[in-house]
Write a protein that binds this ligand. Structure first.
Ligand SMILES: [Zn+2]
Length: 143
């Protein structure tokens, strides 16, 4: 039961941080051709260990174009997994599915934190971005 409570806390912290990244450029502005994006995150304590946390991020219209996920290890100091470049690059190349692993950048007990974040992104793209170039036409069409 305790463990479940901690997992939920960690998840809430991740989501809070995700929402706080309001000041970042919007994904929709940077990548108008992205129709939808889902990123599943799994945090691992070591390579062969089962994941210690799962989070699924589903950015919608207002998602920031910034993908920094904090390490949830309470002993870890300053730990962040920054997958912004990987995600933005995959989106630029219109990858429908992309995945990778990012090492935590923090320190735990004076050692580099051993945790890793595994991510799997699934994205859908619009066929054309013409709607963006003709906002009035798109607006009328949706009425
Ligand atoms: Zn860490």
């Amino acid at each position: 039961m305790m463990r479940r409570g901690r997992d939920l806390d960690a998840k809430k912290r991740m989501l809070d941080r995700w929402r706080r990244q309001d000041e970042a450029a919007r994904l929709r502005d940077r990548m108008p051709e992205v129709d939808s994006l889902t990123i599943a995150l799994e945090e691992h304590e070591a390579d062969d260990e089962p994941p210690v946390s799962h989070v699924r991020l589903v950015p919608v219209e207002s998602a920031p174009a910034l993908f920094e996920i904090p390490c949830t290890d309470k002993d870890c100091s300053g730990g962040v997994y920054d997958i912004t470049q990987e995600v933005m690059s995959a989106l630029q190349h219109h990858r429908k599915r992309f995945e990778g692993t990012q090492q935590c950048t923090g320190t735990s007990h004076d050692q580099p934190c051993a945790r890793k974040l595994r991510y799997v992104g699934v994205a859908r793209y619009r066929d054309k971005v013409e709607a963006q170039a003709m906002p009035r036409a798109a607006e009328n069409a949706s009425r």
